[in-house]
Design a protein around this ligand. Structure first.
Ligand code: MIG
Length: 665
């Protein structure tokens, strides 16, 4: 049951695809005030839990902190940051009363979840112009399902995207990539994708390929395909200003770029130097920008990642001028000169709302200030590509994921979790974010395994991969100038092979669970609280997750731990993937168990009465054979396998589903 309340004059974000007649009165679950901007409050009782808010730091239960929807290039995911790259304004209050809220509002919005006052949820924003949806349901899981039906089916990637991908900001040319591929194939470490970061471009120009580094790009793409490897290039939001550069010239001629207050194309600085930003809120500009991806698809490319689309702006010419003025005043002031003004001017250069107020989007026949719709940019950049792919390639799937997002973007692509660090706490954050992202429709997701920023350690990478074998996006990615973290940089590379190989044995199960979640508007990763709501211990556990209907995962996330405590809310079967390829099965009783897990092992737990199919180890997705799966789990259990060609969009054919049975004894 969904009630829609229209407050003021909302901006049409197109996050919601179902239509609801607006209610006349006010919701009974919450109090609303529009006296001074917008304010929604509701009381929280002891023991109420609050779920949702998608991409954010901290726990699955969001209670006790303040979160701000304000998409930002936020490379420091410290425990106290209130905004990352996304705005996912959906939450569920669960406890004495259980209901969901979605606040469809495209600018900065603050969610105080029992932070100022421990017994109050308070949601505020500057303008009282939004659609508020109140969702009723019997359980949090039921409310998530209702919400997901409202916002439309989640993006479905090609099946190769469930393979393992290796990435690093720093692969400079063909030979660097050949080297990565060769080392994987020689050591029999599975590999399906190598990601191309900004250095493949010609001076960071979107939809160009550097001809010195890649003299015959289509031939190189083809060579990699013969190795069963897909190259996945990055696309940045800003288009370099450069005479003679096609994308720039077309964008100017077509009026497809965002404007400044004087009606000229707005200028900001990002990697390419001065750039313009495609006005992806304008459907014509969106169609044009999406069409640009064809340049790479025509050369054999089958997937993309969209970056810097909050959008991230290093500075604007106006901001630079102001900072230089402040620097001059600082230079001229008698010593000891105060640094306050200069520091403030420098802080205001990147990613500031001052910059966001300097540019405009064309929406219908009016110009809308970017700051008022800021959280929609990454969504619509990725939508540009997604819509173009549906238009240009109706019969095939293209891999697509984004850094920035808003609810609604989940229909066009996935997201990765951005610039984490090689920190053990970020391994745990990766785990905790999975169900929250599923709640808001993002199923194709994962974090930079091993950590993006700072230097990793061997054991961290191994433990993180042992979580990554379960996340739909499984990618090892790291930043330039950090310790290299491909498997072959470490001692005993065979340990990495053991862990990564498990992914390919699980692939038929993971793909099935993904497809069932996508087609059924459901979650793939659930908190234990959603499955065992009556178990007072299970409802608070956040370092274990349910994955699909059959299994629970419990990765080790602390250094120098040779195992961990795992809580079993029911009898379960521990399945251990040993490094030599053998499996070990042990039935464990409900309760707490200390489970040893070596660095080269992966464990999972099968629920009572359930079973999952496992295949053999393969070195790339195309080789994965799901006609020959072996069921593991409890006698008599059955499993519905989803399997299709992994490439076309014929998801609903009955022959895509078949039931596998586990023998009775
Ligand atoms: O300012 O393209 O999050 O994955 O490697 C940094 C370089 C820009 C940020 C992305 C990261 C990527 C990096 N990018």
């Amino acid at each position: 049951m969904v009630r829609k309340y229209v407050i003021g004059n909302p901006f049409p974000t197109e996050a919601v695809v179902q239509e609801f007649p607006p209610e006349k009165g006010l919701p009974e679950q919450v109090r609303i005030s529009t006296d001074n901007g917008f304010e929604l409050t509701c009381s929280l009782e002891d023991g109420d839990r609050v779920y949702g808010l998608g991409e954010n730091v901290r726990g699955i239960n969001k209670r006790g902190f303040r979160y701000i929807s304000d998409c930002a290039d936020a490379p420091h995911h410290y425990e106290d940051v209130s905004s990352l790259y996304a705005a996912h304004n959906f939450l569920i209050v669960a406890g004495h009363r259980t209901f969901g809220l979605f606040l469809d509002y495209p600018a900065t919005m603050t969610f105080d979840v029992g932070y100022e006052k421990m017994d109050e949820l308070r949601i505020t924003c500057d303008r009282a112009d939004l659609d508020l949806y109140v969702l009723d349901g019997d359980s949090p899981q039921d409310i998530v399902h209702t919400f997901r039906c409202m916002i439309g089916r989640s993006y479905i990637p090609p099946r190769f995207a469930f393979g393992f991908g290796q990435s690093r900001w720093g692969y400079m040319n063909e030979d660097d990539i050949r080297d990565v591929v060769r080392k994987h194939r020689e050591a029999h470490v599975p590999l399906d994708m190598v990601y191309m970061d900004i250095d493949y471009m010609e001076r960071y120009k979107d939809f160009t390929v550097n001809a010195e580094r890649y003299p015959d790009f289509p031939a190189f793409v083809e060579e990699m395909r013969r190795e069963h490897v897909r190259l996945i290039p990055i696309i940045d939001a800003g288009v370099k200003i450069e005479k003679g550069y096609g994308t720039y010239e077309e964008g100017v001629a077509g009026n497809y770029f965002c404007k400044n207050a004087r009606g000229e194309d707005f200028v900001g600085e990002v990697w390419p130097g001065w750039v313009h930003f495609p006005d992806v809120l304008n459907p014509e500009a969106r169609e044009w920008f999406g069409g640009q991806y064809r340049f790479l698809v025509d050369q054999g490319i089958e997937g993309f990642w969209n970056d810097m689309n909050e959008p991230s702006i290093f500075k604007t010419p106006e901001g630079e001028a102001e900072a230089k003025e402040a620097a001059r005043r600082f230079a001229d002031a008698p010593a000891p000169a105060s640094t306050g003004e200069l520091q403030a001017a420098l802080r205001a250069l990147p990613n500031s709302h001052e910059n966001f107020r300097r540019f405009f989007h064309r929406v219908g026949d009016r110009m809308v200030c970017h700051d008022d719709v800021h959280n929609l940019f990454g969504y619509n950049m990725t939508r540009a590509a997604g819509e173009a792919f549906e238009r240009m390639y109706p019969d095939r799937r293209i891999l697509l994921f984004s850094r920035s997002s808003y609810v609604g973007m989940h229909r066009y692509g996935g997201i990765w979790q951005g610039d984490n660090y090689s920190w053990w706490s970020h391994l745990l954050l990766n785990l905790k974010m999975m169900p929250s992202l599923n709640m808001v429709g993002f199923l194709y997701t994962g974090a930079d395994l091993g950590g993006f920023g700072s230097n990793c350690s061997r054991d961290l990478v191994l433990r993180w991969l042992a979580l990554g074998v379960f996340t739909p996006l499984m990618r090892n990615h790291s930043a330039i100038r950090t310790r290299e973290q491909e498997f072959y940089r470490f001692e005993r590379p065979e340990d990495f092979r053991a862990v990564i190989s498990v992914r390919y044995r699980l692939l038929p199960y993971l793909y099935s669970e993904y497809m069932k979640a996508a087609l059924g508007n459901d979650m793939m990763f659930r908190p234990l609280a959603f499955v065992y709501p009556e178990d007072p211990v299970a409802v608070e556990i956040e370092d274990q997750l349910m994955l699909g209907d059959e299994i629970m995962i419990a990765p080790v996330y602390q250094q120098n731990m040779s195992g961990r405590f795992v809580y079993l809310p029911e009898t379960m079967m521990l399945l251990r993937f040993l490094p030599d390829g053998r499996l070990e099965e042990t039935v464990l009783e409900k309760g707490s168990h200390y489970i040893p897990v070596a660095l080269n092992e992966v464990i999972l737990l099968i629920r009572q009465g359930r079973a999952l199919p496992l295949g053999d180890v393969f070195e790339y997705e195309e080789a994965v054979d799901d006609s020959d799966l072996v069921m593991h789990g409890f006698p008599g259990a059955s499993y519905e396998l989803y399997s299709d060609d992994g490439m076309t969009r014929m998801y609903d054919r009955p022959e895509n589903r078949r039931t596998l049975h586990m023998p009775e004894t």
